[in-house]
Write a protein that binds this ligand. Structure first.
Ligand SMILES: NC(=O)c1ccc[n+]([C@@H]2O[C@H](COP(=O)([O-])OP(=O)(O)OC[C@H]3O[C@@H](n4cnc5c(N)ncnc54)[C@H](OP(=O)(O)O)[C@@H]3O)[C@@H](O)[C@H]2O)c1
Length: 271
């Protein structure tokens, strides 16, 4: 009853792996570079590339559940149809999909597959604040655009907990879950919360929309993705700031707060 976790070294996947391992479930973690994975002892780590489905046969052998990351390298997972086909043939019965874009080929491939699928649509991750670490440590400031726009950011561990519940317990087939944290917060609220966690006032420098665009451009992000990401932050859909109770309904535990996240990551922000 092994569960394959893709994106296992990422913000969400790491939690999925740890929670499955803690629950005593056989878990196999996929990465392109096992030497750098740094996952808990006892977790089986396998090499594979989601862009090259032919590398996944070994990873899928004996697997009954899969957590699939479906958007990276600035694009939806183009190989989703092949991967779902391989998964079904390998005997995978349940899949959770960490979704990150508009409905399209990934969703079609997953929902057409002959297995129990659950789509997870988190709003903004709390861990997006890790992009502020360097400037907070070095200068005690955050540089960001749209400081008054709220979002109900969700803890990555809660996204993972929903995935683990769906994969292990079942009962969530055919569901698409928007996942939020327990409160909608502005950038100012988030900075104040992190400041309280580290015992330091954090300054703020507001970026223009063009500066926000340029920052992503400097990281090599293509223009269509910049438009989507910056547009989302400038004017998010209502679902981004409307708190929903799904995390608690699925997992039986209240969604973790931003203060919880800030306390867990306080050391990263300290000079
Ligand atoms: N941040 C947000 O606010 C937000 C909101 C909603 C949805 N999302 C979605 O969440 C996802 C990001 O999740 P995350 O933050 O947990 O990930 P992450 O920290 O960005 O890590 C990326 C993961 O993807 C894996 N990966 C990249 N290319 C791969 C490939 N070709 N083959 C196999 N694995 C590959 C990496 O594994 P290795 O490097 O170890 O191979 C790593 O585990 C994206 O799809 C995004 O669209 C994000």
């Amino acid at each position: 009853m092994t569960i394959l976790v893709t994106g296992a070294t990422g913000n969400v996947g790491r939690h999925v792996v740890e929670q499955l391992a803690r629950a005593g479930r056989p878990v196999r973690a996929l990465t392109r570079d096992p030497a750098k994975a740094n996952l808990p002892a006892g977790v089986e780590v396998v090499r594979g590339d989601l862009n090259a489905p032919e590398t996944l046969a070994g990873a899928l052998a004996g697997v009954t559940g899969m957590h699939l990351m479906s958007f990276f390298d600035n694009a939806p997972l183009a190989t989703a149809p092949e991967i779902m086909d391989l998964a079904v043939r390998a005997g995978v019965r349940r899949v959770t999909v960490l979704w990150g874009g508009e409905p399209g080929p990934v969703e079609q491939a997953v929902t057409a597959a002959d297995l129990e699928w659950t789509l997870l649509e988190p709003v903004e991750f709390m861990s997006n604040a890790l992009t502020w670490v360097d400037s907070v440590r070095a200068e005690g400031v955050v540089r960001e655009a749209f400081p008054e726009v709220p979002s109900a950011a969700v803890h990555e561990g809660d996204i993972a907990a929903v995935a683990v519940t769906a994969l292990v317990d079942g009962g969530h087939a055919g569901r698409t879950y928007t996942l939020t944290g327990p409160r909608a917060l502005t950038v100012h609220d988030k900075i104040r919360t992190i400041g309280a966690a580290i015992g330091r006032d954090i300054g703020f420098v507001e970026l223009t929309r063009e500066q926000a665009n340029q920052r992503l451009r400097d990281r090599g992000v293509p223009e269509d993705v910049i438009d989507y990401v910056v547009g989302w932050h400038a004017a998010p859909p209502e679902s981004a700031y409307t708190v929903v109770p799904t995390v608690e309904e699925v997992t039986g535990r209240p969604a973790r707060t931003y203060a919880d996240w800030a306390a867990e990551h306080a050391d990263a922000f300290r000079p």
